[in-house]
Design a protein around this ligand. Structure first.
Ligand code: SF4
Ligand code: SF4
Length: 468
């Protein structure tokens, strides 16, 4: 008989209930085997990060097909980063809960470690933003997309930080994953666009809350859970036969953001959306814009005129790219120029998009939109998520397109244009739905939608050099 799956005696909510019931029972059944998956992933991770350091220098003609160093680099930037990032749309933060060796190592260290109370500086909401920005900017100055030493430093350093932080802080929890991991924040914010949601069978009122009195490794008060951001999909709270806990619900992409007022909207997340897209843009533009070279030249002349000759010295290799064997050596001038260029682009982009969504929020208020200005502004800021996501994929995961560019430059550009067009349309749609949730109807939506649509267009237009 073709029965509809039930949750607590009621038809299972959401899209494709039979599919979500099957996913749930599969992962609950094999949950205990995850430790083996994590162990294998740990070995793979260490091999990809550190083995290239022990191998001879790759020749200039080497490719991912005949050289392990090139293969590891492509696997990292051309496959892992963009695909894990895209996967949040289809599977939420499954990477974190099911596969990530860093989070698993951090939790393992925590079980053996000091289990001290999580300090305030760590649980501050800006910590993962700072962590993301530092890693992204450092990644650019050390050349993480090109040099195996830089990959080992960035990813090995992040793994070490995850283990040390896990060893010291939290009690049977993943303090690193919730509060500090730069990748976790990225996946968490964008998982709000995704189709997978873990929902309480019996939702307690009061909204999302962090608590250490929970079996959840990322400290979600599971009975009050409404937002997807911190859920790493470890399935520990899912017991299909129990009356409590969570169940898997499938939903339309973007549904959580359309109704963001009911899912713990958060100003830090919006700030991260804008800063993250801005810093990725800066990290891309300094490589391609002639204006960056002019900026560097002007900066260099100013330093020399003022007697700061040390800017012509080579800096330390842990801070900047120093690879004479590959004909790339950065001076302090390069370091300062890259960092200040990236930060300037980030600030400019964030200020522009903050202003466009602020105008939208103000106009929405004038036309009768509900809630106060700040709440409307925060909610409307989430509409940039699709266009910011595509920016990050093209900016930080651009290697994905390299094999396509080798076949046809037109095809690669066409795919990028398609991605940007789709993301702009999705962002506008989200803006429309958020304004509806704020109580506006009909023509009253058009006016406040215009400034934020302009913001999405500006963000996409800023990426034009990556397409043309
Ligand atoms: S939050 Fe970071 S360390 Fe934790 S599981 Fe996710 S990617 Fe891995
Ligand atoms: S809410 Fe449940 S599935 Fe999500 S991280 Fe916590 S315990 Fe794991």
């Amino acid at each position: 008989m073709n029965r509809i799956p039930l949750v607590n005696g009621m038809p299972r909510p959401g899209l494709w209930p039979k599919v979500s019931a099957k996913i749930e029972s599969f992962f609950v059944r094999y949950r205990d085997l995850l430790v083996w998956v994590h162990s294998v992933m740990f070995v793979v991770f260490i091999t990809f990060i550190f083995l290239p350091l022990a191998l001879p220098e790759a020749s200039e003609n080497a490719t991912a097909l005949n050289n392990f160093t090139r293969f590891a680099n492509f696997a990292m930037w051309g496959l892992w980063f963009p695909l894990v990032f895209l996967s949040v749309i289809f599977t939420g933060r499954s990477w974190c809960g099911l596969l990530c060796p860093m989070g698993a190592a951090s939790e393992w260290a925590n079980n053996k470690g000091l289990q001290r109370a999580i300090p305030k500086w760590l649980s501050w909401q800006g910590t993962p933003i700072v962590s993301f920005l530092v890693i992204t900017i450092l990644g650019q100055t050390v050349g993480v997309r090109d040099h195996p030493e830089a990959i080992a430093e960035i990813f090995g350093g992040t793994m070490l930080a995850a283990i040390v932080m896990g060893y010291i802080y939290g009690k049977k929890k993943r303090a690193w994953c919730r509060h500090a991991c730069p990748i976790g924040l990225l996946l968490g914010v964008y998982s709000r666009l995704g189709i997978v949601q873990f929902m309480p069978k019996r939702l307690k009122p009061g909204g999302d809350r962090q608590t250490e009195k929970t079996l959840c490794p990322t400290m979600i008060d599971i009975q009050r859970k409404q937002e997807s951001r911190h859920c790493i999909e470890c399935f520990r709270c899912v017991q299909p036969r129990a009356r409590g806990g969570l169940f898997v619900r499938l939903r339309r992409p973007g549904e959580e953001i359309e109704q963001i007022s009911k899912h713990n909207a958060n100003a830090y997340e919006v700030l991260f959306l804008l800063l993250g897209a801005g810093v990725a843009l800066g990290g891309f533009l300094w490589l391609v814009l002639p204006q960056y070279q002019e900026f560097r030249q002007t900066l260099g002349v100013w330093f020399i005129t003022n007697g700061w000759y040390w800017v012509g010295d080579v800096g330390p290799s842990w801070l900047m790219s120093v690879h004479p064997q590959r004909r790339e050596v950065f001076y302090w001038l390069d370091f300062i120029a890259i960092v200040s260029f990236m930060i300037s682009v980030m600030v400019l982009m964030t200020a522009t998009l903050t202003s466009t969504s602020a105008v939208s929020a103000w106009v929405a208020g004038k036309l009768g939109g509900q809630r106060n200005f700040k709440q409307r502004w925060v909610e409307l800021g989430y509409q940039y998520a699709p266009v910011a996501m595509v920016s990050l994929i093209i900016g930080l995961g651009g290697s994905l397109f390299v094999p396509i560019e080798q076949v046809s430059q037109i095809l690669a550009s066409g795919i990028k244009i398609g991605l940007f067009l789709a993301s702009i349309i999705w962002s506008v749609w989200l803006g429309w739905r958020i304004l509806m949730e704020q109580g506006l109807m009909g023509w009253k939506i058009y006016l406040p939608l215009l400034p934020s649509t302009l913001g999405s267009l500006l963000m996409a237009a800023a990426w034009w050099p990556s397409i043309s």
